[in-house]
Design a protein around this ligand. Structure first.
Ligand SMILES: [Ca+2]
Ligand SMILES: [Ca+2]
Ligand SMILES: [Ca+2]
Length: 75
């Protein structure tokens, strides 16, 4: 058994990749974070991009695609 999870919510995703401000939803504020990094091609360990989902060092339409899968989630 896992502690800290809600047994009544079987649809809960353990962690949401598109929740940048960590308030457990994916809404316009999270989209704003993505838009700020969109176009970056210099992501690295010293200059990390929190929106670089596929870790290719760039924030582009592919990451936007990842984001769109979670966008609108409120849980
Ligand atoms: Ca959020
Ligand atoms: Ca929010
Ligand atoms: Ca990327």
């Amino acid at each position: 058994m896992f502690t800290g999870t809600d047994p009544n919510d079987n649809n809960a995703i353990p962690f949401m990749i598109a929740d940048f401000d960590e308030d457990e939803d994916s809404d316009g504020y999270d989209l704003t974070s993505l838009m700020e990094e969109l176009g970056r091609e210099d992501c690295s360990q010293t200059l990390p991009c929190q929106c670089d989902f596929n870790l290719d060092g760039k924030v582009n339409f592919i990451d936007l695609l990842f984001f769109s899968e979670d966008f609108g989630s409120t849980d």
